[in-house]
Write a protein that binds this ligand. Structure first.
Ligand code: SF4
Ligand code: SF4
Length: 92
């Protein structure tokens, strides 16, 4: 089963993952949902105005199209495929 994770401390709240995913793996949720997350300093300095972060709501539905990996502004998405290979986001 494919697993999808977002490193919330680095998520800028850009919504790109939610917007590009063809199978609705991601949903934007209020920052308050992660009270113990301490933002990466770069995110804290630039993106506090964004009120939401991305939550993985249907990770097993991922079809490995890789769109989110290319579009993740915070480079904070990690996907592990069926064979255990780890795929990390790299923003263009
Ligand atoms: S790789 Fe494609 S299907 Fe999987 S979470 Fe990212 S955008 Fe969605
Ligand atoms: S694309 Fe990356 S930085 Fe942007 S909301 Fe999704 S997980 Fe966060």
């Amino acid at each position: 089963m494919v697993s999808v994770e977002v490193a919330h401390e680095k998520c800028t709240g850009c919504t790109h993952c939610r917007d590009v995913c063809p199978v609705t793996v991601f949903e934007m949720q209020p920052r308050e949902n992660w009270p113990n997350v301490v933002d990466d300093p770069n995110v804290a300095a630039k993106f506090q105005f964004r009120a939401e972060k991305s939550a993985v709501i249907h990770g097993p539905d991922c079809i490995m199209c890789e769109a989110c990996l290319f579009e993740c502004e915070g480079e904070c998405i990690t996907i592990v495929d069926d064979e255990g290979t780890v795929h990390k986001s790299t923003y263009k």
